[in-house]
Ligand binder design. Structure first.
Ligand code: BGN
Length: 483
């Protein structure tokens, strides 16, 4: 009886085993092939001379297991929005004050555009002398650099490189980082206004202007400036900064309800609606998933995505690159409500656009660990650090060690862009074609195998049936005889 039972079921495990082996072979072959195709394409330079000359390519050692993110896709969604997330609204805590409990908040607040002759000394004097000596000043002030100033005189004190509200411990220790090249007037207007704004929110804060003084011209590298600024803050351990505010120099926040506090586990983007100073066209909204302009995040988050890429020279893209880094690390971005996140934009000439940005963005997530904050040190040189209480002015060479980290000229960039464009297109085609033909040939192989196997299985099946019949016959006979 035992024998019959075993034979009756012998077919199912065999077929199952054969199919399993086929499946495993198929999956393994497919993956190995795909990896080796991609790594072959990206690890092998087309032209060795070109590779040696061009450090940009040098740094793009692209591992084989990342997806390409085509421009059309990320333009639609460069960040993940945490739609259901409610911004932190802590209750009043006497030991650590959140700005929402400040008695100085005034809602939408008019910014000041000073006369163009304003100097950094004027700003320093204003906040450390003029304003401080006018106790509880709320009436209008006239100065040589602006008229009708009605900033509130919030009691503040400057200790150990940070501004502290008197008698209050703020919830966070904040650094406002402003990268720039030239744009002096924007910087002075910004600093003049942001102190008043930060004070109405009772922040404990410091302000850093991070200026690129070398190289000059259109080769502005905002990513390197931010990375350098964050490194500076990290090195000043006594500052003990818990919240980084990455701020464009031309944007002035207009509503006190736009709290300059970091959320504990999400980056916060606050530039939702922007109006040009003096324009009658009202506020414009940028694309939904922009994170450029003003971004607030903790040091931990900054390190988690390895900060900014160091490869974006000229205008545009570095912020979208950071977005992609958040996506890669599964971090979503939060935003305050539209009514609060409003800014005035100061006028300035437009920077030279970076034609290579689309291609750089395509490979962004692939470079995450090898191009960013952790790699910044050899690329920068602190030229000068000028400390005032109202601003620490850091002047930087962001292209130090040129041999290693040479930035291509605009012409080199253009040719690189053209070359890379073509390169990407052919690469994608090759991958797709290879995948398709691989799938097709593997399938054909499997079909052949099954075809070959079928007669044997049929034959086995028939002989099994015969054997079962003869044994059953034998048993039936035996039983009958026994009776
Ligand atoms: C985008 C720029 C950003 C910039 C915003 C707002 C690019 C990359 C291709 C989509 N991005 O278009 O860098 O902050 O405009 O000005 O150009």
């Amino acid at each position: 009886m035992r024998k019959i039972y075993w034979r009756r079921n012998s077919l199912t495990p065999i077929i199952f085993l054969v199919l399993l082996i086929c499946f495993i072979t198929f999956i393994t072959t497919f993956h190995i092939n795909q990896e080796s195709i991609i790594s072959f394409i990206y690890h092998t330079p087309n032209n060795c001379d070109e590779l040696a000359r061009n450090s940009l390519l040098h740094q793009s050692t692209i591992p084989p297991y990342h997806l390409l993110i085509p421009y059309q896709e990320f333009a639609m969604r460069t960040s993940i929005s945490c739609h259901s997330y409610k911004l932190d609204e802590p209750k009043k805590n006497p030991s650590k004050l959140h700005p929402r409990h400040s008695q100085y908040l005034r809602g939408k607040f008019p910014y000041i555009v000073p006369y163009s002759n304003i100097t950094f000394n004027d700003i320093e004097n204003f906040y450390t002398k003029i304003l401080v000596t006018k106790k509880n000043q709320t009436k209008i002030l006239r100065t040589s650099f602006a008229s009708n100033i009605s900033f509130e005189n919030v009691p503040y004190i400057y200790i150990n490189d940070m501004w502290h509200p008197v008698g209050v411990i703020s919830a966070q220790r904040t650094a406002i980082l402003i990268p720039l090249q030239g744009r002096d007037f924007n910087a002075k207007t910004f600093i003049f206004n942001i102190h008043a704004f930060a004070r109405r929110q009772l922040l404990t804060y410091t302000i850093l202007l991070i200026e690129q003084v070398h190289p000059l011209g259109h080769r502005f590298n905002k990513g390197r400036l931010f990375n350098a600024g964050v490194r500076y803050i990290q090195n000043q351990e006594s500052l003990n900064i818990t919240c980084l505010i990455l701020h464009d120099v031309d944007l002035i926040p207009e509503n006190d309800g736009n709290f300059y506090t970091c959320e504990p586990i999400h980056p916060k983007h606050t530039t939702i609606r922007v109006q040009q100073v003096g324009s009658k066209r009202g506020y414009t909204r940028y694309y939904e998933f922009l994170i450029g302009g003003v971004l607030l995040l903790t040091m931990d988050l900054y390190k988690k995505v390895n900060g900014f890429s160091n490869l974006y020279w000229g205008w545009g893209g570095e912020d979208d690159d950071l977005s992609l880094r958040f996506i890669q690390r599964r971090i979503c971005v939060v935003r305050p409500s539209d009514g609060l996140a409003i800014y005035a934009a100061l006028p300035h000439p437009r920077g030279q656009r970076n034609n290579a940005r689309f291609n750089l963005l395509t490979w962004s997530t692939v470079r995450l660990d090898t191009d960013g904050f952790a790699q910044i040190d050899p690329m920068i040189r602190f030229v000068e650090i000028q400390k005032r209480s109202t601003v620490t002015h850091i002047k930087l060479d962001v292209n130090a060690n040129e041999d290693l980290y040479k930035a291509p000229s605009m012409e080199e960039y253009q040719s690189l862009t053209d070359q890379t464009d073509e390169h990407i297109t052919t690469t994608r085609k090759t991958i797709v074609n290879n995948d398709l033909s691989l799938i097709e040939s593997t399938l054909n192989e499997k079909i052949n195998e099954v075809d070959n196997l079928l007669p044997k299985v049929k034959h086995d099946h028939k002989s099994n049936k015969d054997e079962i019949a003869s044994v059953t016959n034998f048993l039936e006979k035996a039983i009958a005889e026994h009776r």
